[in-house]
Design a protein around this ligand. Structure first.
Ligand code: PLP
Length: 448
């Protein structure tokens, strides 16, 4: 079995040179948590320019769903590249967009007719959904959740409720957005306990918000991530999604499911909402849809998408290379990767649960399919977030050849390519265990 291969010290000389240039030339606003320089990727493996080989459990933030440079995806891209690279779906027609739109409309939950608007990223898909919701309902308000991440352009940033850093110094955002507590049972925003709580976090909208501050007939849409990504890989409890659907229907409010991170097979189903039998009015996707090519989509009920020509468009959305990559990605998902995400995801979760029995630093293990997270706490009673320890573990893992990313305040996310197998999971757990042994004993004694 192939294993990570690391020559110390990291970063090596070639990587260091690129990082030094990057620091002079690129925006300093990025959040790089360790010095990985990508040079060549194949499957679950990423090599840096100095020949170090890393096991990638990030998939470039949940994007390279079929693994790095899957040969079938690359072939489809090359074939399209020989035909034409771009013609703009705003002004002209081409078949690749039709084929992908048809496929997405068939796959998205709900027997009703649907239409698709293509974008280049998650934030643009959310912007499109936000605009369509306002345009169609002629209502101005939106409801979103604390912990939500919907993007960083002004509209989607208004909906984002993840970290104050993402908003500070950017002035006033789009008005009319109200954030409410998410179905985050490990840290219930209302200090209740499931199931006795009767999912009061959703009831709160009706019993408090709609009575005190937000007239429901002014709300265009509720936007939610079926599983929060950036906010900490938080899985709401059974009943949460359905309750939200019932409530939005009752008040004629649209329900937008932001599937940018959870969608396109990551949870073992094409769309995460399928786990709860949910039929949203609008779905946003991006990230894993085209295995790494920039593409996003907003899929909406056809009767909603009746906006006038010229009301919303873009130059690059639905790029033909990206559409062909997406069609090939979906074929691979349907022909085995969905199933793989479900079974290897279960294996990963049980491996992490086993680890949590030995390391009290792991306060919670949660996830669906290959959207898996752990939350680190200094004390299981007080649940004090172990932020420094989380950062140390991620850095240590990098030094040992495992690529991970944080999420939430003190979480670690596991979002490997969906081609990952149990052997890869064993390596990841083994490395993680070594990192915990190094970081956790010090922590345990410090608490005592
Ligand atoms: N929505 C969700 C749920 C996301 O996780 C992200 C990115 O992490 C976005 C939207 C924004 O996507 P992008 O970074 O492609 O603009």
């Amino acid at each position: 079995m192939k294993r990570p291969k690391i020559r110390r010290p990291l970063p090596g000389p070639k990587a260091r040179k690129i990082i030094q240039q990057d620091r002079k030339l690129l925006s300093p606003s990025f959040t790089r948590s360790y010095p990985l320089v990508a040079h060549r990727g194949r499957g679950v493996w990423m090599e840096d320019p100095d020949g170090n080989v890393f096991l990638d459990f990030t998939a470039g933030i949940a994007v390279t769903s079929t693994g790095h440079s899957h040969p079938d995806v690359v072939k489809a891209i090359k074939k399209q590249a020989d035909r034409f690279l771009h013609m703009s779906g705003t002004d002209f027609y081409y078949e690749a967009q039709n084929r992908l739109a048809k496929k997405l409309a068939e796959l998205a939950p709900g027997k009703f007719a649907k239409r698709v608007f293509f974008t280049n990223s998650g934030t643009e898909s959310v912007e499109a959904a936000f605009k369509l919701a306002r345009y169609k309902t002629k209502r101005e308000r939106m409801i979103s959740f604390f912990g939500a991440f919907h993007g960083r352009t002004m509209g989607s940033l208004s909906l984002t409720g993840s970290k104050v850093k993402q908003k500070e110094n950017f002035g006033s955002l789009v008005p009319g957005v109200t954030h409410v507590g998410y179905g985050y049972c490990y840290r219930c925003p209302y200090n209740l306990v499931y199931p006795e709580c009767n999912i009061d976090c959703v009831n709160y909208l009706e019993h408090t918000l709609f009575k005190k501050t937000v007239p429901p007939e002014e709300v265009a849409a509720v936007i939610m991530e079926p599983i929060q990504g950036e906010g900490g890989y938080v899985v709401p409890p059974l009943g949460w999604h359905q309750r939200l659907r019932e409530l939005t229907r009752k008040y004629g409010i649209l329900l937008i499911a932001d599937e940018v991170q959870a969608g396109m097979g990551r949870t073992g189903k094409m769309f995460a909402v399928e786990h709860w039998g949910l039929e949203p009015d609008i779905i946003t996707c991006a990230k894993g849809i085209a295995s790494g090519l920039p593409l996003g989509a907003m899929i909406a009920r056809a009767d909603l998408m009746d906006w006038e020509p010229g009301s919303h468009a873009n130059t690059f959305g639905g790029n033909p290379l990206a559409c062909m990559a997406a069609l090939e990605t979906i074929r691979l998902l349907e022909e085995g990767l969905l199933q793989n995400a479900a079974s290897v995801g279960d294996y990963l979760i049980s491996g992490l649960k086993e680890l949590s029995r030995r390391f009290p630093l792991i306060g919670d293990v949660r996830g669906v399919g290959l959207m898996v997270g752990i939350e680190l706490v200094r004390d299981r009673e007080t649940k004090e977030p172990a932020v420094r320890e989380r950062d140390q573990i991620i850095k240590q893992a990098f030094q040992k050849g495992l690529l991970l990313l944080g999420c939430g305040e003190s979480g670690i996310r596991f979002s490997p390519p969906l081609i990952v197998n149990k052997g890869h999971v064993d390596i990841a757990i083994e490395i993680l265990e070594a990192c915990f042994k190094k970081v956790a004993p010090r922590l345990v004694s410090a608490i005592r």
